[in-house]
Design a protein around this ligand. Structure first.
Ligand SMILES: [Fe+2]
Length: 315
């Protein structure tokens, strides 16, 4: 991040031994904004080290056996269906966690930020902030995700049933001969998938602000760590050999969204640290609990595919 700092900001950071802070925080420190002090900045950098060591090295971020296997594309049709069913349960039940996060937001800005995600999830297309962005096409005829803005605001955006993330996944499911009644419901979920979804509702959607922030930070870092790309590379390899190509919009769109989120996650954590009291140990514990939930989901899929055997047969 230091490369985005101006010369003056870099000098300020090195003078005060706070190299590593985001440009937004350095600016706030230079402007002596409320809550921003050099002492606090140095405490933050210590906290960041603890986060890096005790939270971000979680195996679901650094060594996800299932997605590493999936990325190679050596799965058969049945394994692809099993994956899509579990992902559809997560995608559908995620709405509950996101709605709870919206309801429990402790500021209007926080509520709106959560509502942006919720509305986009159910089919409100982002109105691109950048006028040069690609036009929106939700007809389903085109490779949809490439034509939808992955950044912008739902304010003034248009709702389309077909733009709901769940419906994109449904279209992939149908290419795998799965019907609406075979995906998305709790009763389709493995115990591990339901544990993950329930942990999301409990932690990410928590009434307690710090719990939801810690869970959110953990989820964002997991999502930005590359699993979307692993899934896309697996499906791309699968499509190269399958007679019936799967539409990948759901996955390519999410990969694009996450690349945008990743840039903001760090700034959000720093802002939280400077403007609120944080129980550092609890923050890391909550984040780890959330990642344990995420890990359960992937382990459930990994156990299921290993029980299936016959990795080399396309069905
Ligand atoms: Fe989504």
């Amino acid at each position: 991040m230091s490369q985005s700092l101006s010369g003056e900001q870099q000098y300020f950071a090195s003078q005060h031994h706070i190299v590593g802070l985001s440009g937004a925080s350095i600016r706030a420190l230079m402007e002596q904004r409320l809550g921003y002090s050099i002492d606090r900045a140095q405490q933050f950098l210590d906290f960041q080290q603890s986060i890096n060591r005790d939270l971000l090295r979680h195996p679901v971020i650094s060594a996800n056996t299932y997605t590493a296997w999936f990325a190679k594309g050596g799965f058969n049709g049945r394994q692809a269906r099993e994956f899509v069913v579990q992902f559809s349960v997560f995608s559908n039940l995620f709405l509950i966690a996101q709605l709870k996060k919206t309801i429990n937001a402790d500021t209007l800005e926080g509520m709106r930020a959560s509502k942006e995600i919720l509305a986009n999830e159910i089919g409100v297309v982002f109105k691109a902030l950048d006028a040069r962005s690609s036009p929106v096409d939700v007809t389903g005829e085109s490779p949809e995700a490439d034509l939808l803005a992955a950044e912008g605001t739902v304010e003034g955006g248009t709702f389309h049933f077909r733009a709901a993330h769940f419906e994109w996944l449904l279209r992939m499911a149908s290419a795998l001969d799965l019907t609406f009644s075979q995906v998305g419901k709790r009763h389709h979920g493995l115990a591990a998938t339901l544990f993950f979804c329930d942990e999301l509702a409990r932690l990410y959607g928590s009434e307690d602000y710090m719990t939801s922030q810690a869970a959110s930070y953990a989820v964002e870092n997991w999502a930005a760590a590359g699993f979307w790309e692993q899934l896309i590379s697996g499906f791309t390899a699968y499509n190269s050999q399958a007679a019936k190509k799967l539409p990948l919009a759901f996955f390519t769109y999410h990969a694009k969204i996450e690349a945008q989120h990743a840039a903001h996650t760090q700034e959000e954590l720093e802002e939280l640290y400077f403007t609120r009291d944080i129980d550092e140990v609890r923050f890391i514990d909550c984040g780890r609990e959330m990642l344990n939930g995420v890990e359960a989901f992937w382990q459930g899929l990994d156990t299921q595919r290993k029980m299936d055997g016959s990795d080399d047969v396309r069905g």
